[in-house]
Design a protein around this ligand. Sequence first.
Ligand code: URA
Length: 211
Amino acid sequence: MPEDHDANPAIRLLGTGASIDELHLAAEGCTACELYREATQVVFGSGSTRAPLMLVGEQPGDVEDREGEPFVGPAGAVLDEALAGAGITTDDVYVTNVVKHFRWEPKGNRRLHKTPATRHVRACLPWLEAELASVVPKVIVCLGAVAAQALLGRSFRVTKQRGEAIDWEGRTVVATIHPSAVLRAREPEERDRLRAALIEDLSIAARLAAD
Ligand code: URA
């Protein structure tokens, strides 16, 4: 199937009241960019479809690509721990990614994560818009720079603006670090600092969602 940049099925589903299950099914046929070719499957959002909090990551990783669920690999374990630390239960969240297919490059027999390009983010954004229209979360948490910049613009800096409540298209957005930053930290002190920052920002988002 050729890529069809104008034919993301999400575009015709916007405004139809489509459920998350209907969106997920339609996303399985998405060819709006080339990433579907090398990915095992689309990894759509999951969780509570009436959640007050929507967590938005970058793209599925290797484990997520094989299992078909977001944040079920090592970064997901960090996220789960941080959510628990912030007193957030899974009933309160819907978890998704800006890009719904795994972008990777081969290294030996491993598949290494490759950051999605702007064209992948652009092609995939209608799915996030459709998820937002369906779940109607009170607060959106952007996990990492790719998600934050997709929503808030390329000049947004997570390092400077994390934890701030930002008005965006009538909703509240809080950006924080990506859980994989905790995994990448070399020193235990740095790991603890990043883990605490993630918990702090998630706690802010949870308070805003409960107000
Ligand atoms: N990293 C992400 O941004 N999303 C996932 O689903 C897994 C890892």
